[in-house]
Design a protein around this ligand. Sequence first.
Ligand code: 3PG
Length: 205
Amino acid sequence: MRNLLAGNPVIPVITLDRVDDAVPLAEALVAGGLKVLEVTLRTEAAIEGIKQIIKHVPDAIVGTGTVCNEQQIKLSEDIGCQFMISPGATDTLLQAAQKSSVPFLPGISSVSELMRGLEYGHRDFKFFPAEAAGGAPILKAMAGPFGDVKFCPTGGIGLHNVMAYLALPNVICVGGSWIAQPKLIQAKKWTEIEQLAAEAVALAS
Ligand code: 3PG
């Protein structure tokens, strides 16, 4: 997971309501400089949308988000996803992910959850919901006891606070929906989404 996240400091979190939006959206994000895309498994369109992106946007690195159970892990494997991200992590989910060949980024929001993930061999975690769970200060505090751990904070992050996270040495990347905003996808504003992606890349580099 670390190799995949390194060099890709911003991951757009995508929720697709229409399969037809998948390819033009992914093309806009990749054109703007963001190629690691998290598509949440929250909608009926997600699976077919991911398949379309894999088929038609070869430069995109597509993974599933909101992975909450073993069935979704299996589904992620079957459709050829390159990574999986969960908002939290139960023992059942961590055990299922251990059996999978697809890299998995488990979500945590507390020290004990982090320690449980370490017991399963993970070194990289989604920190969710980032802003509500303590924001950049809690991640800064975790760098002391858990110096080898890297985080991808997600939840409540946007242009106004992204740099506070990316400035931390234990933040490898951030995720968020502020780039592929649902209202922009709904209105098919691909140029605007490409510009938001390019703006995020410029800020993060
Ligand atoms: C999510 O899974 O919904 C992400 O954490 C996105 O959160 P955001 O909409 O606050 O960016």
